[in-house]
Design a protein around this ligand. Structure first.
Ligand code: PEP
Ligand code: MN
Length: 339
């Protein structure tokens, strides 16, 4: 429930109401605005009814939040959230490009790849040290050694790093090395992991599960916010459909829908979304055109020898061309690519 107080309501009145909400076992929220104070109460609304807030002299109006997700909803938080990522930010007027290989393979693979993505204007690095692979026999990532290479590459090039954490037990160590924690498609509904990453307070990139509805994604994000972490970026990475021509079906409908329903920024991953190198750049441009806050894209110094996802990884020259092609599209939709 959203509780709008009258402009003349004092801070003491707001506090008294917050205390009464908490006494009922509901989660109180305090959202002071320029003109009015708005309060929130999360939990069973039948219990809230016992407080008879509609007849309180300092309450202007009550508005139920109809969506099942609350903290992530735009009703609760009308302004766009901007998520910090090292020295850059995701959301607002910028269009953020996070680029790098699927996995950390070697020091030189990281250095050569990121030298190229940085020269082309990327804002941040992606690369996995812990890889969720469909086959148990496929390369699983270098773990902590991979994190160290990733951090060293980020420091060398002055770029923030985003990397996946797959297990609750690894949250602490990944948080030590990374600027943002990625929760992968396969873990989107791993609620213990969501809670733990929420408690870490680190910026999060939460990817949509391959069989998840947008509502499921938003409820997964709600777990992170419910733990007090508002630094959450959503990521559309394609879903499984009956179509087999592409690895996944990139659901760009989800982007303007998510922008309407939530205040959280949203990225598009055209690499996993298509699985086919030649489709990555067109879908990245489409992502910018439909209002995404950025892209998460796979680039490899030599995709032909990549240890994972080579078929969907861009060559460095293709990435540079993509950055050049993104500029006019970003400008047309009122966004800025970083220099
Ligand atoms: C990734 O981005 O490295 C990845 C494994 O993606 P997803 O979780 O979307 O499959
Ligand atoms: Mn990959």
């Amino acid at each position: 429930m959203i509780i709008v107080l009258k402009p003349e309501a004092s801070a003491d009145v707001a506090q008294e109401l917050l205390d009464r909400i908490a006494e009922k076992g509901l989660k109180p929220l305090h959202m002071p605005g320029a003109e009015r104070v708005v309060l929130g109460a999360l939990g069973d609304e039948r219990v809230l009814a016992e407080l008879a807030l509609e007849s309180h002299p300092m309450v202007e109006s009550l508005k139920p939040i109809l969506a099942p997700y609350k903290l992530v909803s735009r009703e609760m938080h009308p302004h766009d959230t901007v998520v910090r990522l090292g020295r850059t930010a995701i959301g607002g007027r910028g269009f953020t490009v996070i680029a790098g290989p699927c996995a950390v393979e070697t020091e030189s693979q990281m250095r050569n790849t990121i030298a190229a993505t940085k020269a082309a204007g990327a804002d941040a690095i992606r690369a996995g040290a812990y890889k969720p692979r469909t086959s148990p026999y496929a390369f699983q990532g270098h773990g902590i050694e991979g994190l160290k290479i990733l951090r060293a590459t980020g420091d060398e090039f002055g770029l923030p790093v985003v990397t996946e954490v797959m297990e609750t037990a690894d949250v602490e160590v990944v948080a030590e090395y990374a600027d943002a924690l990625q929760i992968g498609a396969r873990n989107m509904q791993n609620y213990a992991l969501l809670r733990s990453v929420g408690r870490s307070g680190k910026p999060v990139v939460l990817k949509r599960g391959m069989a998840a509805k947008v509502e499921d994604l938003l409820l997964a994000a709600e777990y992170l916010l419910a733990e007090g972490n508002e630094q959450v970026v959503l990521c559309e990475r394609g879903i499984r459909t009956f179509e087999t021509a592409t690895r996944n079906t990139l659901d760009l409908n989800a982007i303007p829908y998510i922008k309407q329903k939530t205040h959280l920024p949203v990225l598009v991953d055209p690499s996993h979304g298509t699985g086919i190198r030649d489709l990555v750049a067109p879908m990245a441009l489409a992502a910018a055109a439909c209002g995404a806050d950025g892209i998460l894209v796979e680039v490899h110094e030599d995709p032909a020898v990549a240890w994972s996802d080579g078929a969907q990884s861009l060559y460095p020259h293709q990435f540079a061309q993509l950055m050049a092609n993104l500029a006019p599209i970003c400008a047309a939709v009122g966004r800025q690519l970083a220099a």
